[in-house]
Design a protein around this ligand. Structure first.
Ligand code: F0G
Length: 472
């Protein structure tokens, strides 16, 4: 591959490469996931992370084409896959790292050691905007007009927002599971004008379908299977380092759902280390909910490891076979991470390897108790995000993390994404259990109701106003 940036299969026995223009989400030779890779020797890479500090002086909308306004693109030299004039940005990533001593004290940590990274402060209210700006930039470059995703809610909100903010606008199509989405997130997809298909089934079913439909109808896929998403999400780690004056923390703690974020973090630190921009790599803790604990079962139970990319896939097949046989479906109050078949599992194993990581699971009760603490002592977060703080308490009690280590918990989504969970916790009123009155057709001129669709390819195509092309 002669290009400075390209796509490459993560399987060490394959390593097939694809140009950036090729729309391919799994290796055509071996079906493994793809990475975006760079020929760094031929690219202008800063020699020190402090290079990026001058961008604070040009962070207005006019200078540098507005790119320094973005908390993703002000690090563009570390994700150089798209020319500046193709970038689709809405000022994502202007988030903050809070040193929270009150919560640290509550957890028994030394003051000054606990940091909360509030990704809920993104324009659509979650970390997804970091990745979406990157994937939309590529879609824009490729001239795509329709984009689609499956979502537990936040991806759909972000896709819907970026679709109508793109110039020219794209059509955002989102697949959500029936009854599986927090209303804050559903309301965003509808309000931002996405074509919303509510499919009978859960997230895993939606993801399978959207991959199939996107492939058959030529719609660009925006789930984290898309490796460009993960390039943008690396910026969360750059901002953590930036806020710490480039000092690497001891631990990064992140919730695990489809495992895109943790995969992006592992790639970010591997690259920074290999480029000589950091001297050590922090450790990683990925936190599952007990009701959606595939990664925990595989890594902590079955001892599944990356093994240089030659991991034991039969172990994963066995677990999925058992789940099918026993009709096990994921279930957790943290609906954002209610995922049983995480698509980025191999990349997460690699991230755990790079960052000497581990996995823990926390119960819904632990999640809600720690969500209340983040609210009481900080700016609040949605349930999935609070899994990080619950996981931190567990790792402190196991003496794996010590009270004087520097720990960064990634708070992935805004408190107001899922107000039902908060209201129920504080009042006991379960809004979802209230029998709703029969629906009346919406009368607003801009109403954009979701379409209910069976989990069936023909029905989905019909809902999109299309018929399946004849098989060649
Ligand atoms: N936290 C929040 C708030 C999320 O919305 C998600 C994922 C995660 C954590 C898990 O991140 O998938 O990278 O491991 N939400 C996706 C969605 C699945 O559709 O919005 P991950």
């Amino acid at each position: 591959m002669n290009e400075k940036a390209f796509q490459i299969c993560i399987n060490p026995d394959c390593r097939a490469t694809y140009s950036l223009d090729e729309v391919v989400f799994r290796c055509k030779q071996c079906n493994a996931l793809l990475d975006v890779a760079y020929d760094w020797d031929r690219l202008a890479v800063p020699t020190s992370l402090s290079f990026f500090e001058h961008r604070w002086g040009t962070r207005g909308l006019k200078a540098e084409g507005g790119l320094d306004f973005s908390g993703v693109w002000r690090f563009r030299e570390l994700m150089p896959f798209v020319p500046a004039d193709s970038i689709v940005t809405i000022g994502e990533g202007r988030t903050l790292l809070e040193q929270n001593n009150a919560l640290a004290r509550q957890l028994g940590m030394k003051p000054g050691r606990l940091f909360l990274q509030y990704e809920g402060l993104n324009p659509s209210g979650s970390f997804k905007d970091n990745g979406m700006t990157a994937a939309f930039s590529l879609a824009h470059r490729l001239g795509r007009q329709r984009v689609a995703c499956a979502s537990t809610g936040n991806t759909s909100a972000s896709v819907a927002m970026f679709a109508h903010k793109s110039d020219p606008p794209m059509q955002g199509i989102v697949f959500i599971g029936s009854g599986k989405i927090a209303y804050g997130k559903l309301s965003q997809a509808l309000d931002y004008g996405a074509l919303t298909l509510q499919i009978e089934g859960d997230f895993d079913a939606c993801l399978r379908r959207v991959i199939e439909v996107a492939d058959k109808l030529g719609i660009y896929l925006m789930n984290s299977l898309n490796p460009f998403r993960l390039e943008g999400q690396k910026a969360i780690m750059y901002r953590v380092l930036e806020a710490r004056d480039w000092e690497v923390p001891d631990w990064i703690i992140v919730p695990g759902g489809n495992l895109g974020n943790c995969s992006a973090f592992g790639k970010a630190f591997r690259e920074l280390f290999d480029l000589g921009l950091i001297k050590r790599i922090p450790r990683l803790a990925i936190i599952n909910a007990t009701g959606a604990n595939t990664l925990y079962q595989l890594v902590e139970g079955e001892k599944l490891r990356w093994e240089g990319g030659r991991y034991d896939a039969s172990c994963i097949d066995r677990l999925y076979g058992d789940m099918d046989r026993d009709h096990i479906l994921p279930h957790t109050i943290a609906s954002a991470i209610e995922i049983a078949r995480p698509v980025n599992l191999p990349k997460a194993l690699r991230a755990l390897d790079v960052m000497k990581g581990l996995v823990r699971q926390v119960t819904d009760e632990e999640i809600l108790e720690h969500k209340a603490l983040v609210g009481q002592y900080g700016f609040g977060c949605e349930p999935a995000s609070a899994a990080t703080v619950a996981g931190l308490r567990k790792l402190l009690s196991e003496q794996i993390i010590s009270p004087d280590e520097d720990v960064v918990c990634i708070l992935t989504g805004h408190e107001l994404k899922d107000p039902d969970a908060t209201v129920k916790y504080h009042t006991g009123i379960d809004m979802k259990a209230v029998e709703p009155p029969p629906p009346v057709p919406p009368t607003g001129r801009g109403a954009n109701p979701p379409k209910q669709v069976a989990d069936d390819l023909d029905a989905i195509c019909a809902a999109l106003g299309e018929t399946l092309p004849e098989e060649a």
